[in-house]
Design a protein around this ligand. Structure first.
Ligand code: A3P
Length: 303
């Protein structure tokens, strides 16, 4: 691949592509993303940051490999399922370069909002799995991540960070537009829309098993019950936290400062309650109602 520009500074700044703030190296290399050549058997896993991307990736990889844990330990997540819009920064390689070398079928990660997904994915009628997580837990998880991830811009204090999230000023832009964009298109494109909270729920109306089965059907696979049970166990928070091929422990400390936070941090629904003040929660909810009016995505902030 030609002309990939790499980034040497410690933390990236943001600039915009069609009004969406993205990491500077992505913007500098935007033509390579826009002209990315998808293949018809590519599977795209799309999320707003911190929605449970890695969790979804692990479930998908296990389903595609018939629940074989060893096969899924062949390489760390970002090598097995490259990150489309990541460009050389610190020791990380370009997602596009990795993908071009990869044999089919490929599983590709992106955080791009739907309007920035390269056209070739739609021309090839590629399947997309979209995982969404409630806004309050997403922003809390993103805040901790930005503190420890030295690629991301410095998050600054929590109150200012929350404001930036509400104004769509963090990397990948407005959460509200992101979740609504894929929701709107899910009937006209091949998009499976999942909710983090449904995955976490045990018992009652939904549970991880139902969601893993939905993914399996979407991938046109059929696995016996005991393998499905095994996949649920292997993708539980506690097991993934200890799996070096799924917990980002292969990233150097210079990139992920683990003295500040860990990648597999809490994995819970409702952790926002430990971060939002009552006043922040009230203002956030008011703003949320306006931003999400007219949509019916069944988000839950508590189980
Ligand atoms: P927290 O920071 O709330 O713990 P992403 O992969 O999109 O970056 O998302 C990371 C978030 O998903 C983190 O949330 C992480 O702990 C959580 N996560 C990762 N694997 C998980 C799993 N198996 N079960 C539940 N949550 C998981």
């Amino acid at each position: 691949m030609e002309n990939v520009k790499s980034w040497k500074s410690p933390r990236c700044s943001l600039s915009q592509v069609k009004g969406v703030p993205l990491l500077e190296p992505t913007v500098q290399n935007w033509a390579l993303v826009e002209n990315f050549r998808a293949r018809s058997d590519d599977l795209l896993i799309a999320t707003y940051p911190k929605a449970g991307t890695t969790w979804t990736q692990e479930i998908v990889d296990l389903i595609l490999n018939d629940g074989d844990a060893e096969k899924c330990r062949r390489a760390p997540t970002h090598k097995r399922m490259p990150f489309l819009e990541l460009f050389p920064v610190h020791s990380l390689e370009s997602g596009v370069s990795d993908l071009e070398k990869m044999p089919s079928p490929r599983v590709i990660k992106t955080h791009l909002p739907i309007q920035l997904v390269p056209q070739s994915f739609w021309d090839n009628n590629c399947k997309v799995i979209y995982m969404a997580r409630n806004a309050k837990d997403s922003v809390v998880s993103y805040f901790h991540f930005d503190q420890m991830n030295h690629i991301q811009p410095d998050p600054g204090p929590w109150d200012q960070y929350l404001h930036k999230f509400m104004q769509g000023q963090l990397g990948w832009g407005y959460w509200y537009d992101h979740v609504k964009g894929y929701w709107r298109e899910k009937e006209t494109k091949r998009i499976l829309y999942l909710l983090y909270e449904d995955m976490k729920e045990v018992g009652r109306e939904r549970n991880p098993r139902d969601e893993v089965i939905r993914v399996m059907h979407f991938l046109e696979r059929s696995l016996p019950d005991d393998i499905i049970d095994q996949i649920i166990e292997l993708t539980s928070f506690s097991v993934m936290k200890e799996n070096p091929m799924a917990n980002y422990s292969t990233f150097p400390d210079s990139l992920f400062d683990r003295s500040v936070s860990t990648f597999m941090r809490k994995g819970e629904v409702g952790d926002w309650q430990h971060h939002f003040s009552p006043e922040e929660s009230r203002l956030f909810d008011e703003h949320y109602e306006k931003m999400m009016s007219g949509t019916s995505i069944p988000f839950r902030t508590q189980l």
